[in-house]
Ligand binder design. Structure first.
Ligand code: GDP
Ligand code: ZN
Length: 375
């Protein structure tokens, strides 16, 4: 295996999965871009256009099994730059999905095998804690490690106040304060983009994602807002998701168009982000407590005593309803397709991977262990 492959993110986990499916003549490559069934893949040296094998299409009834940017897939032989055929998907370690709005209500795969998800917020205007919670939930569902990046510190009036409010909603998540216009302030994020690491950024338009990406790239490859069209629609920015190898050896996946983030029916992220509320709910006197003034309700009591912020609880309810709705739609869809079992198997596998990933991250594990002795 060439060392470029390791810089691209290849490791023992993927090697193990690959060995199980490789008939002998396959080689692993990573998806750099995907657009309506047209792929660009790379082995770290050569890039080639690629398409799914006909047999691949026929056997993947589940849209989750179609490769997306960041995926590792199998091709035959060495890359030459000519069109190649993708024969199989190597199981993922992490997967970022969101719900697609509209009637169909299915999830859209955004990117796979991201190690760290930068949740970028600007410190200039009043930042939106609810949005950060939504991003955290999405990260929790994906299995990627979230890191909160607070940008534009040069424009911040009350940094301690901002940090305190973040700490309150995300006590276990790393937080870095930077100013993307100062290179030195960004040194704290370099460890996340070491060779072999894959990072993606989530954040509203204008928070500084492109500025940050350019600093990592060391060149003005993505256009920042100041040189976009005046209408702010960013017509000249990339509109596709793309994996970009960084000069230092890490990989950045650009995720444009991630403003609208509906949650999928995955409950794992919600449980992680609102663990305090889930634990409280277990202490209600009645198992089916609706937390609407029933006697012995631990949530009502915590809000009354000021231990739980009422607004935080409201946000939790809102996101829980959204998740449950999406889950019901997913189940309905799976039932119609007659593939409920298949969907379950996929979900189970995904959770297995999320837990494998948690174990892999020693820091998260240690913290988790300390705070959850009962496990
Ligand atoms: P994006 O939409 O998230 O990609 O945001 P951009 O990277 O395009 O940045 C939006 C605007 O904020 C641009 O005019 C940047 O120059 C500016 N900007 C980005 N980071 C900082 C920062 O740390 N401090 C200040 N003052 N401005 C910044
Ligand atoms: Zn209750």
């Amino acid at each position: 295996m060439n060392s470029q492959l390791y810089q691209l993110g290849w490791d023992d986990f993927f090697q193990g999965e690959f060995d199980q499916i490789n008939p002998g003549s396959w080689a692993p490559v990573r998806v750099v871009r995907e657009n309506r069934g047209q792929y660009i893949i790379t082995d770290g040296v050569t890039k080639s256009p690629a398409q799914l094998a006909g047999s691949f299409r026929m056997h993947s009834h589940d849209s989750n099994q179609i490769p997306t940017v960041g995926d590792w897939v199998c091709v035959q032989g060495e890359l030459s730059g000519d069109l190649v055929i993708i024969h199989a998907l190597i199981p993922r370690r992490t997967l970022i999905e969101r719900q697609v709005a509209g009637d169909e209500s299915r999830s859209q795969l955004m990117a796979a095998n991201i190690d760290t998800l930068f949740l970028v917020s600007g410190l200039d205007a009043e930042f939106n804690l609810n949005r950060i919670q939504r991003y955290l939930t999405l990260a929790g569902n994906s299995g990627a490690q979230p890191v909160i990046i607070l940008n534009k510190s040069d424009l911040c009036q009350d940094l301690p106040g901002a940090l305190q409010s973040i700490e309150a909603i995300a006590p276990n998540v790393a937080v870095h304060t930077i100013s993307a216009i100062s290179e030195t302030s960004m040194e704290c994020i370099l460890p996340y983009v070491e060779p072999g690491q894959t990072v993606a950024m989530l954040g509203s338009s204008g928070v500084g994602k492109s500025t940050l990406a350019n600093a990592l790239l060391g060149e003005a490859r993505l256009l920042t807002q100041s040189n976009r069209d005046a209408d702010g629609k960013g017509r000249h920015t990339t509109t596709w998701r793309e994996l970009i190898p960084l000069p230092r050896g890490g990989n950045l996946i650009d995720l444009p168009g991630m403003r609208e983030l509906q949650l999928t029916g995955d409950e794992e992220g919600l449980k992680q982000v609102f663990e305090d509320i889930e634990l409280l709910a277990e202490q209600c006197r009645f198992r089916n407590c609706r937390h609407e003034g029933e006697p012995g309700c631990a949530i009502d009591a915590a809000i009354e005593e000021g231990e739980l912020d009422g607004a935080r609880y409201e946000q939790y309810l809102k996101m829980k309803r959204e998740t449950e709705f999406a889950k019901a739609r997913e189940a309905e869809r799976a039932r119609k397709a007659g593939s409920l079992n298949q969907a379950r198997v996929q979900k189970d596998r995904k959770f297995k991977r999320i837990h494998q990933n948690l174990r892999k991250n020693r820091k998260a594990e240690e913290k988790w262990g300390r705070e959850n002795d009962r496990y």
